[in-house]
Design a protein. Sequence first.
Length: 262
Amino acid sequence: MAWCFQCGIEYAPNVADCLECGVALVDEAPLDAGAVGASDEDQLAYELHEWAGEARRILDQLLSEDGIAHAWQGATLVVRAADEVAVDELLTVAESTGGPALDPDAEKLAYEMTDWADAEQTAFSALLARLGIAHEFDEVGDLVVLASDEDAVETAIDAFESGSDDRPELDGLDGNRMMTDVFVACDRIRKDPRDDAGVSRLVELAPVFTGHRPPFGIDPKLWDALGERSADLVDLLAAGDTPEDELTAAATTLTEALRRLV
């Protein structure tokens, strides 16, 4: 069976998205809010109504992968207060990969995507996210965008269908090996922002990260966001005058994000 992580409705296995919420289904039944933590533990609630549904889905996936107990009350996330620091880090990752939310009051356009394979839809969604174009997929799989972004979306579709993203794709083994090496380098920098071996290795690997498409099975949005964060950290290191606490914070965030993939 499959479930909506937001409203908890159970669906048959062949259903992909929740008819009520319009978000992708998950393979495990979600928790009730009362089951998050022990009865004497404090809880925190995050109001994420302005987030795109895809960003909430990514956040739910990251929380599950990290074993962080959580529940959804609609678009409100409930977690243990004790997990606040870890959840805040995942919020940063998910928000950067999920793309901007659609303005609920703005005029919108829908593009029929039934002829596109799932992998193509995912890759195109990643492209729109990199371009900062707010978008969602509705309950029938149509792409919904703001009418004001029509020209930008048409240009993106033309570029995508012509194969303009000519970055080579890393195969699975090379991709996993590279992410492991980036993780090790960032972990060294997290412990010592001036670690020569860690800095040199990250400087070498960051262009590989951003210059390649993700291996099969890795979320393109997550891959691109991690690549951009790697490049940003290299820029901070190259500046020479970045405070060490800022370098440590950036390296720590990237290390924790990569930990789930290596």
